[in-house]
Design a protein around this ligand. Structure first.
Ligand code: DAT
Length: 178
């Protein structure tokens, strides 16, 4: 049965620094869909813990039940571009596409270094990318045809990815009679 939502919900996930926020902002401005930054939701509703490291203000631990309560209406409405370094907490039936951004480790190192990450934190995140933790999480949580891996190394990749996702959104609308 086709979902009631008039626009799809899309997760943009991947290791920190891989380009999630950059992609989400560009996609939101091009499609009019909503950039749902989970870091912002967690901070706004005070439902998680942020690290003490000023170079890494990202949320570390989230109360997932409360988070889902906070975004349930948004997901039901549809048209959400979810920006989060994980994907397994979102209900499968609410998600139409999962994009896992990938990046060469040397580039990722430079991006995280520029953010001021400590060597330890850098290594932690590079390990996550090398071991394909987020790709595996996506594959374990969603049907094969819902998950796509996209390279995010240069600005030309952002343009190509955004264009591809935009086309996918148009097709989703047609297929779902919107
Ligand atoms: P994330 O939200 O995954 O942590 P981001 O969007 O904040 O990542 O990007 C981190 C930095 O890297 C930021 O300065 C933009 C840059 N960047 C990301 N993806 C890129 C790409 N494909 N080409 C060039 N720069 C990119």
């Amino acid at each position: 049965m086709a979902p009631l939502r008039t626009d799809p919900n899309i997760i943009i996930t991947g290791t920190p620094g891989v380009g999630k926020t950059t992609h989400c902002q560009e996609l939101a401005s091009r499609t009019g869909l909503h950039h749902l930054d989970i870091n912002d939701v967690v901070k706004k509703h005070n439902i998680g813990e942020t690290s003490n490291d000023p170079a890494d203000p990202h949320v570390k631990i989230v109360d997932e039940d409360r988070l889902l309560d906070c975004i349930e209406n948004d997901l039901e409405e549809g048209g959400q571009i979810i920006d989060w370094h994980g994907c397994d907490m979102f209900p499968e039936k609410m998600i139409d596409l999962v994009c896992v951004l990938r990046c060469d480790n040397k580039l990722l190192y430079d991006r995280l270094k520029a953010r001021g990450y400590s060597e330890e934190k850098l290594q932690e995140n590079l390990d996550v990318e090398i071991m394909e933790v987020l790709v595996q999480e996506a594959r374990d949580s969603y049907k094969e045809e819902v998950v796509v891996e996209l390279r995010s190394e240069g600005t030309e990749d952002i343009d190509a990815n955004v264009e591809r996702i935009e086309t996918w959104i148009q097709n989703w609308r047609k297929d779902n009679g919107k």
